[in-house]
Design a binder for this molecule. Structure first.
Ligand SMILES: Cc1cc2nc3c(=O)[nH]c(=O)nc-3n(C[C@H](O)[C@H](O)[C@H](O)COP(=O)(O)O)c2cc1C
Length: 324
C-alpha cells in the first residue's frame, strides 16, 4: 500500500501519520513488532529509568529494542538530573539499536514524579530545557520529548514547553492533551495541542483519546500536528495503524476477519513465550488477551479459561478453537 505521507523526525523517515504510544507493561518487543508490521509510523519502548541505565541494570538493558527489530523505534528515558539523563542517553545511543531517543516529561505516577522526573519536569520549563540541552549536546540521534499539557489546570504550559524544547534542540515534541493531575480521566485538550503545533517549526505529535482511524485523520487535520499518537486505542487492535493508512490512501478501510485475529493472537503468544519463557510469557499475555477479546461473543468465558490455563499448548488450543 502506498500511503501519501512522509514526515521526518530529525533525519528519521516516518511513513505513517499514526505512531504507537509508549505504554508500560505493553509496548515490549513483541507488541512493538506487531504494530510496526501493521504499519505504525514509529513505536516507543516502555519508559526506562536513567538511573537504572547508568547503574548498568541488566533488566533495563533487556528492555532495549532487539537488533533487527522493525523500526523506526524510539527508546524512552525518564530521569530528573541533567547529568544522569545525559549519561544514560549516551549509553542508550551506544548500546540500544534505536533510531530516536525520547525523554519522558509526562509520567504522572507518584514513584516517578516524586523524584522530579516524568511529569514533574513540567513544573520548571527552564530546568526541563537544561535537561534537554544536556542530552541533545551528548547524542547524535534525534531527541524527542513527550509532555503533557501541564502539571495541573493552574499551570498549563504546553506551548511554552514545546517552544523551549524546540529551542533546546529536540527534533519533535509529543503532547498528550491532559494535565498530569488528570491522570487518564477527563478528555484530552486538542486545542492546546493545536496551539503548540502552531508555535513551532519542528513536528508536533498529538496524543490523546484517538480510538478510530476516522478520529486519527480528523485530529491530524484539525490540529495541524505532523502526526498523531495512538495508545489505548491500539490495545488488542494493533491493526488500527493499517486502517489509518488505508483510510488515508483509499478513503476506507477493512476489518480483520475472526480467523485473522486468531492467527495474530497466536503469533503474539508465540513471541511472548519465546521472549519471556512459558510461565511469564503466558502471564504477561493475559493483559493482551483481555484487550483482544473485549466485546467478542462469549468473551468473558474465554477470558476466564485463558486466565486458568498455564501451559502453552492449552492456551494455543483455546485460541485456535475459538477463532477457528
Ligand atoms: C497503562 C499505561 C501505561 C503508560 N505508560 C507510558 C509510558 O511508559 N511512557 C509514556 O510516555 N506514556 C505512557 N502512557 C501514556 C500513553 O503513552 C498516552 O500518552 C496516553 O495513554 C494517552 O493516549 P491514548 O488516549 O491514545 O491512550 C501510559 C498510559 C497507560 C494507560
Amino acid at each position: 500500500m502506498t500511503i501519501p505521507f512522509t514526515a521526518f523526525i530529525g533525519g528519521v523517515r516516518i511513513n505513517s501519520p499514526a505512531v504507537m504510544a509508549p505504554i508500560a507493561g505493553i509496548t515490549d518487543r513483541p507488541f512493538r513488532r506487531l504494530v510496526m508490521e501493521h504499519g505504525a509510523g514509529l513505536c516507543v519502548t516502555e519508559l526506562l529509568s536513567a538511573n537504572a541505565i547508568v547503574r548498568d541494570s541488566k533488566k533495563t538493558f533487556e528492555m532495549f529494542p532487539a537488533p533487527g527489530e522493525p523500526g523506526p523505534v524510539a527508546v524512552q528515558v525518564f530521569g530528573a538530573e541533567a547529568g544522569v539523563m545525559r549519561d544514560a542517553c549516551s549509553i542508550v545511543e551506544e548500546r540500544a539499536p534505536c533510531d530516536i531517543i525520547d525523554l519522558n516529561f509526562g509520567c504522572p505516577v507518584k514513584k516517578v514524579a516524586k523524584t522530579g522526573a516524568g511529569a514533574a519536569m513540567l513544573k520548571d520549563v527552564g530546568n526541563a530545557a537544561k535537561v534537554v540541552e544536556a542530552v541533545v549536546g551528548a547524542v547524535k540521534k534525534p531527541v524527542t520529548v513527550k509532555i503533557r499539557i501541564g502539571w495541573d489546570f493552574n499551570s498549563v504550559n504546553a506551548v511554552d514547553m514545546t517552544m523551549a524544547a524546540e529551542e533546546a534542540g529536540v527534533a519533535a515534541v509529543i503532547i498528550h492533551g491532559r494535565t498530569a493531575s488528570q491522570g487518564y480521566s477527563g478528555k484530552a485538550d486538542w486545542d492546546i495541542i493545536a496551539k503548540a503545533a502552531q508555535a513551532v517549526k519542528i513536528p508536533v505529535i498529538g496524543n490523546g483519546d484517538i480510538v478510530t482511524p476516522e478520529m486519527a485523520l480528523s485530529r491530524l487535520k484539525e490540529s495541524g500536528c505532523a502526526m498523531v499518537m495512538i495508545g489505548r486505542g491500539a490495545l488488542g487492535k494493533p491493526w488500527i495503524f493499517r486502517q489509518v493508512n488505508e483510510m488515508m490512501s483509499a478513503g476506507s478501510y477493512t476489518h480483520p476477519s475472526h480467523q485473522e485475529i486468531g492467527k495474530l493472537i497466536l503469533r503474539h503468544l508465540e513471541m511472548m513465550v519465546e521472549l519471556y519463557g512459558q510461565s511469564a510469557g503466558i502471564r504477561k499475555m493475559r493483559a493482551h488477551f483481555a484487550y483482544y477479546i473485549r466485546g467478542v461473543k462469549s468473551g468473558s468465558r474465554l477470558r476466564q479459561e485463558l486466565n486458568k490455563a498455564s501451559e502453552h499448548e492449552g492456551v494455543k488450543r483455546l485460541i485456535a478453537e475459538y477463532f477457528a
